[in-house]
Design a protein around this ligand. Sequence first.
Ligand code: PRP
Ligand code: MN
Ligand code: MG
Length: 183
Amino acid sequence: MYGDDIASVLITQEEIAAKTKELAELIAKRYPADAPEGDLLLVGVLKGAIFFMTDLAKALSIPTQMEFMAVSSYGSSTSSSGVVRIMKDLDKDIAGRNVLIVEDIIDSGLTLSWLKRNLSTRNPASLEVVTLLRKPDALRTHVDVAHVGFDIPNEFVVGYGLDYAERYRDLPYIGTLDPKVYS
Ligand code: PRP
Ligand code: MN
Ligand code: MG
């Protein structure tokens, strides 16, 4: 699949599954199953977070509800523009709810920092973030993130939801993209 576009496998399917289980256990401890705020509301950020969102929800031992938002900051470029557009907003009011934003990756941090500000104006009871991946060397703004799966080097990665120009999301692992693909 995809010929030799993938230069290396950075995180295997098995490593993703083990980390997801570990994160799910930590998250389940933070939210009582019968919280007065209702079920934990997972807000998945389309499209990148789709696989992590569904696998995390299945791994959690507490009831959760799922909502999705689609925002876009990259388009088909490999670097973040910092311009965030809402392509699809939440369907439901989140006031008074425990909200956990689920992201696939924090790169510059601009998308998430914008999203946290946006959602916090809607008065959730709590607002935290879980991300599978983070690139510490690419951060351009500070964002508080409660749970991080893996800190990774500042390379362009694809797979498990992450795309380059909408391709490679369907790979079951995280791989680095051969620079020949985007240069
Ligand atoms: C990617 C990724 C994160 C965001 C991270 O989404 O899924 O949401 O960029 O970048 P940042 O920290 O530099 O802001 P993208 O905008 O490519 O949309 P997608 O999820 O539909 O691929
Ligand atoms: Mn995304
Ligand atoms: Mg993308």
